[in-house]
Design a protein around this ligand. Structure first.
Ligand SMILES: O=P(O)(O)OC[C@H]1O[C@H](OP(=O)(O)OP(=O)(O)O)[C@H](O)[C@@H]1O
Ligand SMILES: Nc1nc2[nH]cnc2c(=O)[nH]1
Length: 177
């Protein structure tokens, strides 16, 4: 990488990522029968959502795809403690199952907010899925329902995850100090 790029340690390479996403789709497929909406939590979950949707489609599962733009970190490496809605979903979810898709589950605030937001809109049930789960993330009833891997307690970048807007396009998951 260029001189101005910090040292990024590879946590998961592209092949490992694809295998994990495929395994998640295999696990989720039996639960996604009937009327489901998959919601990409913008911006970070976009590459993961794209690959998960393809893996589900290969299993003949075709949820409606929508997006919910939430923001709580902006350019910081710690949560602001508030979740702001920058743009809401575009189709009703009343009576539908909702699969909320996020890249990383850290303090759990974003998915807790999103779950409540979708239940208030009348979703029949909400399932949460994240690519990565931090070891310090909430357990018990606040836990994410499904995740692909337990990440190190470091700041993750790549495969959608950013540092001040950078590195979302990296095809692997990396960690910065
Ligand atoms: O579990 P939490 O502590 O809430 O952290 C997880 C959230 O943090 C990031 O969002 P961010 O606010 O940085 O927006 P982004 O998706 O645009 O990067 C990430 O995409 C998750 O949505
Ligand atoms: N990019 C990025 N965003 C996060 N939001 C919560 N945790 C993280 C993280 O480790 N990396």
């Amino acid at each position: 990488m260029s001189q101005n790029t910090p040292e990024i340690d590879i946590v998961l390479n592209e092949d490992e990522l694809m295998a994990m996403v495929d395994q998640l789709a295999e696990t989720l497929a039996p639960r996604l029968q009937g009327e489901w909406t998959a919601i990409n939590i913008l911006i970070g979950a976009t590459p993961f959502t794209s690959d998960l949707m393809k893996a589900l489609a290969r299993r003949n599962i075709h949820p409606v795809l929508d997006a919910l733009w939430l923001e709580s970190y902006r350019d910081a490496r710690e949560s602001s403690g508030r979740v702001n809605v920058r743009a809401d979903i575009t189709r009703p979810v009343t009576g539908r199952g909702v699969l909320l898709i996020d890249d990383v589950f850290d303090t759990g605030r974003t998915l807790a907010f999103a779950r409540q937001h979708l239940m208030t809109k009348g979703a029949r049930e909400v399932i949460t899925v994240a690519l990565a789960r931090k070891p310090s993330a909430p357990a018990g009833p606040e836990n994410v329902d499904y995740y692909a891997f337990e990440a190190p307690e470091r700041f993750l970048v790549g495969y959608g995850m950013d540092d001040r807007g950078l590195y979302r396009g990296l095809p692997f998951v990396g960690a910065l100090d």
